[in-house]
Design a protein around this ligand. Sequence first.
Ligand code: AMP
Length: 278
Amino acid sequence: MRIAKSPGSARNYCAKAKPPVVLVPTMGALHEGHAALVRRARKLAGARGSVVVSVFVNPIQFGPKEDFSKYPRSWGDDLRICRACGADLVFRPSVEGMYRADNSVFVEEGSLSRYLCGASRPGHFRGVCTVVAKLFMIVRPDIAIFGEKDWQQLAIIRRMVRDLDFTVRIIGHPTIREPDGLAMSSRNNYLTPDERAVAPGIYAALRMAISAKRAGDILSAGRRMIEEIPGARIDYLELVDAETIEPARSFSRPMRLAVAVFLGKARLIDNIAVPPRP
Ligand code: AMP
């Protein structure tokens, strides 16, 4: 497994890499959720293709009051996980390597980003789209894999690829959960033992809520159950069209129930499929 620390060296490696080149973008602090994506990448690349994992805590997707400087970093463990899951290259650029001091070009998606995390984290998806577009230009992957845990991000990346004519194929990977249902996340590291004990209540609430028949009932049931979790504060709980991320108006299209919850120092997100109803 090789390590590239600059866009130039990653570009050189990837230009000679055997296709298909499969990219897994991450911010590091890797866990079993990321590992599943890298293993999936290895399968898709086959024995001859190339798996590239990027590890970059992207400052421009964090708001001024968010956790950029405190975001967990575990480079040694990250390397071990990448190696164990079959990565060929780990691309770990510096902030200065990715952004010049006078960087002035950004990629902004203007529709799906208006909702959910885009509404509560202004500029977040502009940072995500910009860094992912840069990674696509550096690595030139045939395939890139993103997790469904970040459902809105996945939808926005698909839209960016469509609208900017990137040729990469985007694959979404199902959310990997702890045995008690909590979606794996680097930010789970922020939870105290007491918060960690109640955090699975978020996914439990989503699962229960979607059994309700009417959209209004789904939301009120979900809200009630999440508000019962000690210390939890809802940032948003919304039923959205799975593709456009707009508030669901029709029950006859695939939907997603999406939530963001503040719990102690962590802001946790999760989502669940709501199948179309006749
Ligand atoms: P992050 O390091 O949080 O930016 O995540 C990097 C990639 O891993 C993104 O595509 C995430 O959606 C994905 N990911 C993070 N956690 C999970 C999880 N629990 N299950 C599946 N994918 C995940």
